[in-house]
Design a protein around this ligand. Sequence first.
Ligand code: XMP
Length: 211
Amino acid sequence: MTELILALDVPDRKEALNIAESCAPFIDAIKVGYPLVLSSGLSIAEDLASPGLPLIADFKVADIPNTNRLICEVVFSAGFDAVIAHGFVGADAARACIEVAHSHSGKAYIVAEMSHPGATEFFHDGVAERIAALAVRCGADGIIAPATRPERVARLREIVGDKAIYSPGIGAQGGDLDAVARLVDGVIVGRSIYAADDPAAAAERLSRICR
Ligand code: XMP
């Protein structure tokens, strides 16, 4: 089974909560990022608690270790279950996020390679492979890898072994769910669900492929 994670990039609190509630039966976790938190505040984590799904804070944390630690303390104290952090900032900075996550019995995922076209400007020449290795070395719970490049996901799988791989880029960014579903532990889907005429129906359709 591949988890289906809803990227709830809806900058309106009420609409976001409605979509989360209607999609809840078909999804395995909710990912919240800047669009929703900056518009609604961190208390959105409490509001989203009722479906009982894991909540992932996608802040792509990328600062010095001390600041990363402070950010992650706030994230987990607000009620999130996991955080996404960048790995290119180095092992000490990534480790700060991972340590805070684990001290809250939470999880930390490290971005190894991004899904958009511009990502290849810098994530090449083995950079993503090195970040994936860093994630393993630092004890991260998994990595984020691009559904838009299944061959890269397969390559990064060789490095992370049975650590989790969560993969954004399905649908709106051109990634094909069928091509990555069996390579990853979970797919992260935003617009193909929340911008659909019927988000719950879209989530149900995708969840059938995942299961
Ligand atoms: P869409 O609407 O494109 O949303 O389905 C995808 C969601 O995933 C996030 N995203 C990424 N997050 N590494 C990440 O950590 C990536 O490479 C990446 N690509 C997309 C995006 O912000 C949105 O929430």
